[in-house]
Design a binder for this molecule. Structure first.
Ligand SMILES: [Zn+2]
Ligand SMILES: [Zn+2]
Length: 643
C-alpha cells in the first residue's frame, strides 16, 4: 500500500501501485491534464512511471522549471518527427535542450530553407493537434543498433554503438516516430502548445569541422503562447541592440578577416570610449589603494609550467614560439607576472595587503565557432588585479573589492545584480581550515555589504572559493562580469612568502579579481545596454555644433573649439546642408546633444540646445553650456537624461 507524500506535506494512500498519471487524476482533473512529468525523490520520471512504494512525489507541469525543460526537450522530438515526415531522406542525430529552447541536428543533402522551416512548423502544429500519446520502451543495446540501422538512421546507430553493451536503451515513440532518449517526456504531444522555429545553421557531426556537415534547426518552446510572445519580443529587442550592428553603424570597432577571428580593432570613436573607461578605471583604482603594473605579453614557457597553466589550461593557450632555442608563451593570464613582481624581493607583513592592478592584454584560443563580436574574442584586455594579504585580512579586502565593484558598475549604469558564492569542490588544494576561514570571510563580506547571494555549494575552483557577480542590463539580461577568486594554489606553486610579525615565513593569500571582466566584452555589454545611446560621460562625441547658414560657420567653429579646450568632445558640422538633414544624421549617430546656431544665437553668443531624443533644452550661453555638459558628464551612467 504505497503512501505518497505531496510537496505540501499531505499524504495519499493507495491500495496498490499507481502511475504518476493516476496520482495526478486522484488529486484533480486539472492537474491530470497539465501533468508533464513528476519528481520522485530527486529523480524525474514520466507520468507513466509506476509508484510501487512510499515516496515523496511532486507532479510537474509546464509552470515548473523542470517541466519547461521537458517541454523543450519533447518539442525537439516533435521537430524531428515533422522533419522525417516531410523529408524522409533526412537522418536524425542529436537534439538537446539549450537556453530558452532546443535544437536538432539533421544530416541532409541540402540546406533547409525558410520555407522548409515554415512547413516543418506547420507539421509540428498538426502533430500536437493530433495529441499523439508518447510511449517509452526499453531495448537491449544491440537490438537498438540494428533497429536504427534498419530504418536508415546511421547516425543514431553510431551513437548507440558507443553506449556500453550491458546498458538498457530507452526509446520514446510517438505516432510513426521513435527516438533514442533517456527521458522523461511529456505524455502526449498535445501538451506542446507554444513553440517556434527560429533559425537554421550549419553544424558538424560531433562538433568537429573535419566531419560531415549537418543542418541545425533551432527552436524555442514555452509553457503558453503568452510566454512565447514575450520571449520573441525580447529576442527582437536584443536584435535591435546587437552590438555588432551598432558597432558598425557608429564606427566603434571591427573584426578584420585579414587579421583573423576574435581580434578586435578599436576605431577612433570606439577608442574614445575605451580611453574614458581606462582613465576612469585607473583613477578609481588609485583612489582605492591599488598600484598599477605593466607586464609583458610573452614569457618563457617554463613560467607556465611552474604556474600549472600548461597542465590545466593548455587547451586555451596559443602554442609557444621558439626563439634562441627557448620556447616563449603568449600570456593567457596576467597572474604569474604579478607573482614574479611580488617575489622580486622578500616581503614583510607590514607591506600587506598589496593591491596591484593592470589592464593586461591576454590571448586565449577560443574555437572559431564560439567567437561572437566583442562578447567572445581571442585577444582581450582584462581589468585585472591581484591582492596579496594575510589570512586575517581576507574579509576586509573582499569588502573593499565589493565596494569598488558596486561603485564602478553603478557609474557605468548597472544597479541590478545577481551574486553567487561558490564553495569547496570535492577535489581541492589547501587545508580544510583555510577553506573554512576563507569561505566564512567571503560570506562575511557579502553580508556586511548587505548583498543577497546564491550559494553554489561545491561550485568553487579547485584552488579556492569565489564570488561571482552578474549585472542585469536594460532588457533584463544577465551578464557575468565581476569575479573575486581566492587562490591557495599559486602562492604554493611559486613558494611565495612574507615575513610575519613573529619572524616566521608565511604564505600570503592571493585574491584574483576582475570587475568589468574584459574591456572588449564590457564595451559590447555597454553598447547593448545603452543601445548605442551612451551617456554624455562615455559618448564618443558629446555634442555637435551646427550652423544654419554659412554666416554662422566661424561662430560655430569657435564654440566647438572653446568647448574642446574645456575637455569636451564636441565636433562642428559646417557642411552646406539643410539643418534638418544635419540634425537627423547626428541623431542617427546618437550624439547626446545638438547645438544649433542661426543669426539670432550668433548675435546673442548662445546656442539652441536639443537632446538626441528631440527635446528642446532651450538657449544657453557658451559658459552655461560648459556647466551643463560638465554636470551631464559628472552624472556618469547613473542618470542618463531620459531620452
Ligand atoms: Zn528525448
Ligand atoms: Zn589572476
Amino acid at each position: 500500500m504505497p503512501v505518497i507524500t505531496l510537496p505540501d506535506g499531505s499524504q495519499r494512500s493507495f491500495a496498490g501501485p499507481v502511475t504518476v498519471a493516476e496520482l495526478a487524476a486522484d488529486i484533480g482533473p486539472g492537474l491530470a491534464k497539465a501533468a508533464v512529468a513528476a519528481r520522485v525523490g530527486d529523480r524525474l520520471v514520466d507520468t507513466s512511471h509506476r509508484l510501487e512504494a512510499d515516496a515523496e512525489v511532486a507532479i510537474i507541469t509546464s509552470r515548473d522549471e523542470d517541466g519547461l525543460e521537458i517541454i523543450r526537450h519533447s518539442t525537439a522530438h516533435l521537430l524531428a518527427q515533422a522533419v522525417k515526415q516531410l523529408f524522409p531522406r533526412a537522418q536524425v542525430t542529436i537534439g538537446p535542450v539549450i537556453e530558452d529552447g532546443f535544437y536538432y541536428d539533421f544530416a541532409f543533402d541540402r540546406a533547409f530553407t525558410p520555407e522548409d522551416l515554415e512547413a516543418i512548423e506547420k507539421r509540428m502544429a498538426e502533430l500536437t493537434e493530433a495529441d499523439l500519446p508518447v510511449h517509452r520502451e526499453v531495448m537491449n543495446r544491440d537490438v537498438a543498433v540494428s533497429f536504427f540501422r534498419g530504418i536508415g538512421e546511421e547516425y543514431k546507430a553510431r551513437i548507440i554503438e558507443e553506449i556500453p553493451a550491458d546498458q538498457e536503451i530507452s526509446l520514446y515513440g510517438q505516432g510513426d516516430f521513435k527516438d533514442l532518449c533517456r527521458g522523461p517526456h511529456v505524455p502526449r504531444t498535445g501538451l506542446l502548445k507554444a513553440f517556434k522555429l527560429t533559425k537554421v545553421a550549419g553544424a558538424y557531426w560531433r562538433g568537429d569541422a573535419r566531419n560531415e556537415q549537418l543542418q541545425r534547426i533551432y527552436g524555442t518552446a514555452w509553457a503558453d503562447s503568452k510566454a512565447l510572445k514575450a520571449y520573441l519580443r525580447r529576442l527582437e529587442e536584443a536584435e535591435k541592440r546587437d552590438h555588432r550592428r551598432i558597432g558598425r553603424d557608429l564606427e566603434l570597432f571591427s573584426i578584420q578577416e585579414d587579421a583573423g577571428g576574435g581580434l578586435v580593432f578599436w576605431h577612433p570613436h570606439g577608442a574614445r570610449v575605451r580611453r574614458v573607461m581606462e582613465d576612469y578605471w585607473r583613477e578609481q583604482h588609485t583612489r582605492a589603494g591599488y598600484e598599477l603594473l605593466f607586464t609583458p605579453h610573452i614569457a618563457l614557457e617554463d613560467l607556465w609550467h611552474t604556474s600549472g597553466h600548461t597542465d590545466f589550461y593548455r587547451e586555451s593557450m596559443y602554442r609557444p614560439m621558439e626563439e634562441d632555442g627557448q620556447p616563449y608563451q603568449l600570456k593567457p593570464m596576467n597572474c604569474p607576472f604579478h607573482v614574479l613582481v611580488y617575489k622580486d624581493k622578500l616581503r614583510s607583513y607590514r607591506e600587506l595587503p598589496m593591491r596591484w592592478a593592470e589592464l593586461g592584454t591576454v590571448y586565449r584560443h577560443e574555437m572559431s565557432g564560439a567567437l561572437h563580436g566583442l562578447m567572445r574574442v581571442r585577444g582581450f584586455t582584462q581589468d585585472d588585479a591581484h591582492v596579496f594579504c594575510q589570512e586575517e585580512q581576507i574579509e576586509e579586502e573582499v569588502l573593499g573589492v565589493l565596494d569598488l565593484t558596486l561603485e564602478m558598475l553603478g557609474d557605468f549604469g548597472f544597479t541590478q545584480f545577481e551574486v553567487n558564492l561558490s564553495t569547496r569542490p570535492e577535489k581541492a588544494v589547501g587545508s580544510d581550515e583555510i577553506w573554512e576561514k576563507a569561505t566564512t570571510a567571503l560570506q562575511g563580506a557579502l553580508e556586511r555589504k548587505g548583498l543577497e547571494f546564491i550559494l553554489d555549494a561545491g561550485g568553487g575552483a579547485f584552488y579556492g572559493p569565489k564570488i561571482d557577480l552578474k549585472i542585469e542590463d536594460a532588457i533584463g539580461r544577465k551578464w557575468q562580469c565581476s569575479t573575486i577568486q581566492l587562490d591557495f594554489n599559486l602562492p604554493e606553486r611559486f613558494e611565495m612568502e612574507y615575513v610575519a610579525a613573529s619572524g616566521e615565513r608565511r604564505r600570503p593569500i592571493m585574491i584574483h579579481r576582475a570587475l568589468l571582466g574584459s574591456l572588449e566584452r564590457f564595451f559590447g555589454i555597454l553598447i547593448e545596454h545603452y543601445e548605442g545611446r551612451f551617456p554624455a560621460w562615455l559618448a564618443p562625441v558629446q555634442a555637435v555644433a551646427l550652423n544654419i547658414t554659412d554666416k554662422q560657420a566661424e561662430y560655430v567653429q569657435s564654440v566647438a573649439k572653446t568647448l574642446n579646450n574645456q575637455g569636451f568632445r564636441v565636433d562642428a558640422d559646417l557642411r552646406n546642408e539643410k539643418i534638418g538633414f544635419k540634425i537627423r544624421e547626428h541623431t542617427m549617430q546618437k550624439v547626446p546633444f545638438l547645438l544649433v546656431a542661426g543669426d539670432r544665437e550668433k548675435e546673442a553668443g548662445s546656442l539652441a540646445v536639443r537632446s538626441r531624443s528631440g527635446e528642446d533644452l532651450g538657449s544657453m550661453s557658451i559658459d552655461d553650456l560648459g556647466t551643463f555638459l560638465a554636470r551631464q558628464v559628472a552624472m556618469r551612467g547613473r542618470s542618463v537624461m531620459e531620452d
